[in-house]
Ligand binder design. Structure first.
Ligand code: BZD
Length: 834
């Protein structure tokens, strides 16, 4: 508890609350101070790494000052906060983002220029914070950005992994993983809080409270400490600064002096080493659940520290516990943080002494849950014996949650035993398993999917019974969005300047509805030319990037056809590379004159495969093998190039996305919950080639279906096709067969390597329906080519699309969550009275 100051602190307040001057001289002084005092550099020993660090620390000073003001203000007015709980935050870089938010980019450019550095090079010194796998983690980062920019009092909570998403190297065409040691150099964007540390228990046994049927004492010697690191989230065009609080694990058993004195140095810190493992590494799985015990312990460390922290903040207000839902809304980013539900129950019952019913009422009014997938392999389930061993108290609470829930349902639908077994949180397998999606659903007052089609599907499938039991109003849709700050203004400066010109000022960055005004410029010849030139410049930047990362030279005048995302069977990179093989075949059949008339194309892939996902890794190998053959075929030249850009990341995406003409989002209908890169590509003037799936559908509704090249079967047809293919051999069309034949004739090296990929289609039931969608996919490619030939038509599509994309700002998503789920309001920090 901080002591209430009795001294006169008014002068301190005056200084703390007055913004640091923004003139170049002050900035220069602060950068030089950090260079000399924080990093011990002399003018002779400054390199760009330290120029970056010193600049970043000086920016951080400003952010932390605003951070303090924001939190002090929200505390003072007793604002309700939202807590976005996510095991992943895929943040990327922060320096440029912060400079733009603070409006100090030009000033820093000048300061760095004066000491002989170029801002762009300095920006490139920063390493990505890659604490996430893909869409789910990046969504969390966009959402905290939007909360800060829209002045919502909100925090992200996550884990501070020592090793983030692995670095992908390509050796001999294969993916090789290397650790991401992102904390090896100082990280200016985190602020360690040793004062904010909580003990987290594991294992042990329970002692029943003799006075209460529901209360227990949980005793255990295995106690870890979770220590907070705060990551400031700069708000653009506001002084509000958000926060992501990340937990780092250490043991709380003291250093063993006896062991140390007897020479056992390692033993003395043994516990420390074991504990650190908990937050050592991000699990590199996207849309799969591997059920590892270490992952469960990570999840609990995260949930326990977060719930203790939220409760500590709440207790300081002195308000009764029943008012917790009036001051805190907690959003579960998928099921990974679901142990927060039994953890809050444990705190309220065992520590605070509430009755079960009181605790349950508070808990369910506090939590809400977002589902991001219905792929069966991604569904989190924990074996009961494992949970019982590691978290005996929580297992007991989950049993009781289930018991009371089933009793209620039994009253509502007497005698329906089938129903009870379908909805039970405990699955009656051997061993029994806890279905985390059901626990999250029962423990929350709202459940949402991430695009309209996905929200409909979950109501018809995994949560069908729950809709009947708990009412349809509990199940809502919140279509994803992305941050226009990072995904337009920051990554695409030239296009952003054009939008600013059309709108009249840069206010569209915080209010994307204004991009509508681009439609007024659709006939403006000069504007159209400059629009095209901006894309061309981005393509040249990407061509340069491809050259440095792969050594492949591509023409920036070719059509850039991009598929960048995690490698997964349902995303069908395999279908893409089969179509490339078929195109190669067609080109080989042509005369040089015919080839000359083709639209030259660069097919660009990037994405990581989970380290244990063999099929996905073979797909990478196939892409690289095809690339090697095609790119070295002199007859083909620039008419077709195939590129696999290694180590896809947020920073790589910021170069790739603004440069695309076409991007592919071609999941089997009904499998991609939403997708968010589809939004980013269109917001950067690219056109989608995609299936009728996820957010592609809503993008089409907004910008006009004629702006998208749709193909493939529809979600409601998938089941019948799959059923048919379980019992019948697929019938590949001539084009697909040609691709198979070329592989099998060793055109791309040893056919044996790739036979399993063909077998998955021909003998494995073709679960992702490649053989079904391939003919319409090839037709869609033809349509793309025809449209691209018509330059004018293409530019019109591009500008119109951006103009109509306002819906896909994450600001819109966050506003909907705030109003319909969290019941919170914007609280712009007012300097008055602090
Ligand atoms: O979430 C993704 C979906 O696949 C996308 O369709 C959607 O747009 C985004 C955001 O809503 N899901 C994931 O990214 N899932 C994971 O990364 C993940 C990670 C660990 C365990 C399970 C899933």
């Amino acid at each position: 508890q901080p002591k209430t100051p009795t001294r006169d602190d008014s002068e301190f307040r005056d200084y703390a609350h007055s913004e640091i001057s923004r003139d170049v001289a002050t900035i220069k002084y602060s950068v030089v101070m950090h260079l000399t005092a924080t990093f011990l550099r002399t003018p002779a020993s400054i390199d760009s790494a330290h120029a970056y660090l010193a600049s970043a620390f000086s920016v951080r000073d400003r952010l932390l000052q605003r951070w303090n003001l924001t939190n002090e203000y929200h505390d003072k007015i007793g604002a309700k906060r939202v807590y976005y709980m996510s095991l992943e935050f895929l943040i990327g870089r922060t320096f440029d983002n912060a400079l733009l938010a603070l409006g100090l980019r030009e000033e820093y450019s000048k300061v760095l220029g004066d000491v002989g550095f170029c801002l762009e090079d300095i920006i490139d010194e920063e390493r990505d914070a890659a604490l996430g796998n893909g869409g789910l983690g990046r969504l969390a980062a966009c959402y905290v950005d939007s909360m800060a920019c829209s002045n919502y009092p909100g925090w992200g909570y996550g884990l501070r992994y020592k090793y983030g998403m692995f670095q992908q190297q390509i050796l001999n065409g294969y993916q090789v993983e290397a650790p991401d040691c992102w904390l090896d150099t100082p990280n200016p964007w985190e602020f360690p809080r040793p004062d904010v540390t909580y003990p987290v228990k594991f294992y042990g046994h329970l002692v029943r409270d003799p006075h209460s049927a529901h209360r227990y004492k949980w005793e255990s010697d295995v106690v870890y400490d979770a220590m907070a690191f705060d990551v400031p989230v700069p708000g653009y065009g506001t002084t509000n600064v958000g926060n992501i609080r990340l937990w780092s694990c250490k043991t709380n058993t003291l250093f063993d002096l006896n062991k140390f004195n007897s020479g056992d140095y390692q033993g003395a810190t043994g516990g420390q080493v074991a504990a650190q493992i908990l937050t050592d590494v991000l699990y590199p799985n996207d849309n799969t659940n591997d059920g590892k015990e270490l992952r469960l312990r990570q999840e609990y460390l995260f949930c326990s520290a977060t719930m203790q922290d939220i409760m500590a903040r709440f207790r300081k207000t002195g308000r009764p516990l029943s008012e917790l839902p009036d001051l805190a809304a907690i959003q579960l980013n998928d099921t990974h943080p679901t142990l927060g539900v039994p953890e809050l129950m444990r705190i309220l019952i065992d520590d605070e002494g509430l009755s079960w019913d009181e605790a349950w009422d508070i808990t369910t009014r506090t939590f809400a849950f977002t589902n991001h997938t219905i792929l069966p392999e991604a569904m989190e389930k924990w074996p009961v014996p494992m949970l019982d061993k590691i978290l005996p108290r929580h297992m007991g609470i989950i049993y009781d949650i289930n018991l009371f829930f089933l009793q209620k349902v039994e009253k509502q639908f007497p005698g329906d035993r089938e129903l009870l077994s379908r909805i039970s949180i405990i699955e009656e397998t051997n061993p029994q398993q806890v279905r985390m999606a059901f626990l999250a659903c029962v423990g929350s007052h709202k459940v949402n999917g991430v695009a309209a089609i996905h929200s409909d599907i979950i109501k018809q499938t995994i949560f069908k019974d729950f809709v009947r039991i708990q009412g349809v109003d509990k199940f809502i849709n919140k279509t994803n969005g992305v941050s226009p700050r990072r995904w337009m203004n920051e990554c695409n400066p030239d296009m952003s300047d054009l939008i600013t010109e059309a709108v009249g000022d840069r206010s569209w960055v915080n209010d994307l509805t204004k991009v509508k005004q681009l439609e007024d410029r659709i006939e403006d010849v000069s504007f159209r030319e400059r629009w095209w030139a901006a894309k061309q410049k981005n393509k040249e930047r990407l061509a340069e990037y491809i050259l440095t990362t792969t050594g492949i030279k591509v023409s920036a005048h070719a059509l850039f056809d991009v598929q960048v995302k995690r490698i997964h069977e349902y995303k069908r990179q395999l279908m893409n590379i089969f179509s490339v093989i078929y195109r190669y075949h067609l080109l080989k059949q042509m005369s040089p004159e015919q080839r000359e008339r083709e639209v030259p194309r660069v097919v660009i892939f990037a994405g990581k495969a989970a380290s244990g996902y063999w099929v996905a890794k073979q797909v990478i190998k196939l892409i690289n093998s095809v690339a090697e053959v095609v790119n070295s075929d002199e007859e083909i030249g620039d008419v077709l190039k195939v590129v696999f850009i290694p180590d896809y990341s947020v920073t790589a995406a910021e170069v790739i996305i603004p440069a695309s003409d076409i991007s592919q989002h071609i999941s089997t209908a009904g499998t991609e919950a939403s997708g968010t890169s589809n939004m980013k590509f269109v917001l950067n003037g690219g056109i989608i080639l995609g299936t009728v799936d996820g957010a592609n559908i809503e993008i089409g509704e907004e910008i006009g279906e004629e702006q998208i090249f749709f193909f493939g079967c529809l979600a409601h047809e998938v089941e019948d096709f799959r059923h048919y293919l379980r019992f019948n051999q697929p019938k590949p069309d001539a084009a697909l067969q040609t691709a198979f034949d070329m592989i099998q004739r060793n055109t791309f090296g040893d056919a044996q390597l790739f036979q399993p990929l063909i077998d998955a289609i021909m003998r494995g039931g073709d679960v992702y329906l490649l053989s079904v969608d391939f003919p319409s996919y090839i037709e869609a490619h033809k349509a793309v080519e025809e449209a691209y030939r018509n330059h004018d038509e293409w530019v019109t599509k591009s500008i119109l699309s951006v103009a109509r994309m306002a819906k896909f700002s994450s600001d819109r998503s966050i506003q909907e969550y705030a109003e319909e789920v969290w019941n919170i309001e914007p609280q712009p920090v007012l300097n008055c009275g602090l």
